[in-house]
Design a protein around this ligand. Structure first.
Ligand SMILES: Cc1cc2nc3c(=O)[nH]c(=O)nc-3n(C[C@H](O)[C@H](O)[C@H](O)COP(=O)(O)OP(=O)(O)OC[C@H]3O[C@@H](n4cnc5c(N)ncnc54)[C@H](O)[C@@H]3O)c2cc1C
Length: 452
């Protein structure tokens, strides 16, 4: 414990609800500013479920500032390229040279086991004196004079001047303060991390992140843990979900979804874990994340579909922005931060950025999953892209904005209709109108993300 650690029973400066990547990284960021932080996690232990996660330069930049990048590099892998291929014929559509990308943004693109990234923040919190409590299920929130209070399932209560609700997609705070519902995409993800020897004969690219995009499905592959393990994610539209059935995304749908894909993808499917799957849900963006002294953060505030690979990164950025505004306010006032000003500054800059990522993720997913003529149009446009064109990544991989006027402009969308017809194979022309909105699947956007 450091001097900032609240003694048991003392009121902390900040309570963080939820000890996922968002909660722990924010707790660490605030403890670095000398605040007394208490994290309340409902699980009996801190941990993460799942396999790999991709972290782009807008995250590794923050890890570097926290002094955690070297540890992450030791545990993760720095792939050479991110390659997008057509899942049916396996042809290459476009690529990002991740070495050149590192030169452009100053920080690497990394893949890392989810539990390793979580462990880095957990250890950092322990070193920084964050009070870490498990078996603490928060069931309600109340406003108080000068702060907020939470009610625990065990009957206890806790108070602080500020409460950060980082309790994920199904956030109790979000239900109470906003009351909206999750949105189902009817897609489901299967994951697997297997020893590399199990996939070496499957035609894989061990040095790359490869994303195979196909009609109503996609498949992602990359190496983990120094190349000893191989991560795979299979995502597809569930026919049962489309038919309105409750029990959807079950393993019986997995094989059929990838039956028409190329050899490398089909060889990967039998290796997927079949005892657990993730229905792909998000929420519509909202404009108010701060209610009194309670702030939503991470997936509780802005759960995206994972197609930009920015969900955990946005949560880490949230905590970094929050802490930077604490530092600014504390310096300006020569002591305790003006919490209302901190919360207002946090909300002012993060809401719009995360709205853009959430909306682009939905459009990016639609673009990946196109079929028929639109698939060919997409492929044609992607093949035309210059591998060194960063117009589609600058808005997201550059430095995280601290104020609205620092938020970079978004990319310029390319309408599908601009694909050169002579590049397309013989297809029925459906003559559907092309929507040129940046946040539509009919505009191609190489936003640089891929799900883990
Ligand atoms: C298939 C898939 C692939 C992804 N790939 C990437 C990627 O490559 N890169 C990336 O950046 N993001 C990725 N994401 C998104 C990323 O996983 C999430 O956005 C991120 O984990 C959200 O972190 P969080 O801390 O906000 O929420 P969570 O990880 O959900 O953590 C919430 C925590 O709060 C706790 N909690 C919940 N309710 C309560 C309560 N009532 N009381 C106390 N504690 C509570 C939970 O136990 C949990 O520990 C992916 C997501 C999926 C599904």
């Amino acid at each position: 414990m450091n001097s900032a650690t609240p003694a048991p029973g003392d009121k902390p400066d900040v309570i963080v609800v939820g000890g996922g990547i968002g909660g722990l990284s924010s707790a660490f960021a605030l403890a670095r500013e000398g605040l007394r932080v208490r994290v309340l996690e409902r699980a009996p232990e801190f941990g993460e479920v799942g396999a790999g996660i991709q972290i782009a330069p807008n995250c590794t930049r923050i890890l570097d500032e926290y002094g955690l990048l070297d540890e992450a590099k030791e545990l993760g892998v720095l792939p050479e390229s991110m390659v997008m291929r057509d899942a049916l014929d396996s042809s290459e559509l476009t690529r990002l040279d991740l070495r050149d990308l590192e030169r452009r943004y100053g920080f690497p693109y990394m893949v890392i086991h989810r539990s390793d990234l979580h462990g880095i923040f957990l250890r950092a919190c322990q070193r920084a004196g964050v009070e870490l409590l498990t078996d603490q299920t928060v069931i309600d929130y109340e406003h108080t004079d000068g702060g907020a209070r939470i009610l625990l399932a065990n009957g206890g209560t806790e108070e602080a001047p500020v409460i950060i609700a980082a309790d994920g997609l199904h956030s109790v705070a979000r239900r109470k303060l906003v009351g909206d519902d999750v949105v189902s995409s009817d897609y489901v993800a299967y994951r697997a991390a297997v020893p590399i020897d199990k996939v070496r004969d499957n035609g894989i690219a061990e040095e790359d992140v490869t994303v195979y995009v196909g009609p109503r499905c996609h498949f992602v592959q990359y190496a983990l843990r120094g190349g000893d393990m191989f991560n795979q994610v299979a995502v597809f539209e569930s026919p049962k979900a489309v038919a309105g059935k409750d029990d959807w995304g079950t393993p019986d749908e997995l094989d059929a979804a990838f039956a028409a894909t190329c050899d490398t993808v089909r060889k990967g499917i039998p290796l997927m874990w079949r005892d657990r799957w993730w229905q792909m849900l998000d929420r519509n963006p909202i404009e108010t994340w701060v209610h009194g002294r309670i702030a939503l953060l991470g997936d509780a505030a802005h759960p995206p579909l994972q197609y930009m690979a920015q969900g955990a990164i946005m949560a880490i950025e949230d905590g970094w922005v929050f802490a930077r505004h604490v530092a600014r306010q504390a310096t300006a006032r020569g002591g305790a931060p003006d919490w209302d000003a901190v919360l207002a500054s946090y909300e002012a800059v993060r809401v719009e950025h995360c709205r853009r990522v959430q909306s682009t993720a939905r459009a990016w997913g639609e673009l990946w999953h196109l079929d028929g003529e639109k698939r060919l149009q997409r492929n044609g446009i992607m093949r035309e892209r210059n591998a060194r064109d960063y117009g589609f990544t600058d808005w997201v991989y550059g430095p995280t904005a601290l104020a609205p006027d620092e938020e970079p402009p978004m990319f310029t969308p390319i309408p599908l209709s601009s694909a050169r017809l002579e590049d397309l194979e013989e297809m029925d022309v459906q003559g559907e109108p092309v929507d040129t909105d940046a946040e539509s699947a009919d505009a191609t956007a190489l936003a640089g993300g891929a799900p883990q």
